[in-house]
Design a protein around this ligand. Structure first.
Ligand code: PGA
Length: 260
């Protein structure tokens, strides 16, 4: 049967694991599971401390940085210049994760980073999402729209296909999650994202960008979310550090890709 669908699975390791040894082990397990799973593109986003080690361990690994600096190089203590990032051949970069926004990153800065990444040929994974949802209010859509408009500010129409948008409602992320997002909620936002981008570029055809979901994705909810929400993959935090769980997410995605 002809395979039509590919799901993008991004493992966001944040400031984990503690050691290079563990990083290599987790990476190897994920790469093995992904090698068996047609219809799945695996992207691993380790911290900068482990990025070059993983690049050295596998020249074919698809890696992402967890952030990009606007600085190229030079006298900037504590910063990784984007020239150094280019040398690591990272295909993707996560931009505007809610944990970075909480540390002061503005919509405008996210837009500048996004334009820079596109100009360097690195695919941005732009994280957007509201902090809370009030019953009966559509304020979350206003938040999402302003995040999108700012992020795409410097992106030309021909580059839209290079962008990945990760919808990550902050209330569904991490150990403090209030609850899981429902597939119908994710689907509504994915449709809204395409509409906003379609309006922004004045196009009637469906914008070709990739939309993934992030927020407490695990082995139990992955298949259900993919099937019911129609998103193009996941940004996975905690579960991407547990080889068994992450392998199960990879196989569930493969299974759904195979059936589609
Ligand atoms: P989580 O994190 O999967 O642990 O909820 C997702 C993220 O923050 O990207």
């Amino acid at each position: 049967m002809k395979q039509t669908r590919t799901y993008l699975l991004v493992a966001n390791w944040k400031a984990n694991p503690h050691t290079v040894r563990e990083a290599k082990q987790i990476f190897t397990a994920a790469a093995r599971a992904a090698a068996r799973a047609r219809g799945v593109e695996l992207v691993v986003a380790p911290s900068y401390a482990h990025l070059s080690v993983l690049r050295a361990a596998s020249r074919t690994a698809v890696l992402a940085a967890q952030d990009i600096s606007l600085v190229a190089d030079g006298p900037h203590t504590g910063i990784v210049g984007f020239e150094q990032l280019l040398d690591l051949k990272t295909r993707y970069v996560i931009i505007g994760h809610s944990e970075r926004r909480a540390a002061g990153e503005t919509n405008e800065l996210v837009g500048e980073k996004c334009a820079l990444a596109v100009s360097l040929g690195i695919r941005p994974i732009i994280c957007i999402g509201e902090h809370t949802r009030e019953v009966g209010s559509t304020e979350y859509l206003t938040t999402i729209k302003s995040q999108l408009v700012a992020a795409f500010h410097g992106v030309s129409k021909s580059k839209v296909r290079d962008i990945v948008v990760a919808y990550e409602p902050v209330w569904a992320i991490g150990r403090d999650a209030v609850r899981d997002a429902r597939p119908d909620e994710i689907k509504e936002v994915a449709i809204f994202i395409r509409r906003v981008i379609g309006d922004l570029y004045e196009t009637k055809s469906v914008p070709p960008l990739t939309i993934i979901y992030g927020g407490s994705v695990d082995a139990k909810n992955a298949a259900y979310i993919l099937e019911e929400s129609g998103v193009d993959g996941f940004l996975v935090g905690r579960a991407s550090l547990e080889p068994k769980t992450f392998s199960a997410i990879i196989s569930a995605s493969h299974e759904i890709a195979r059936r589609s």
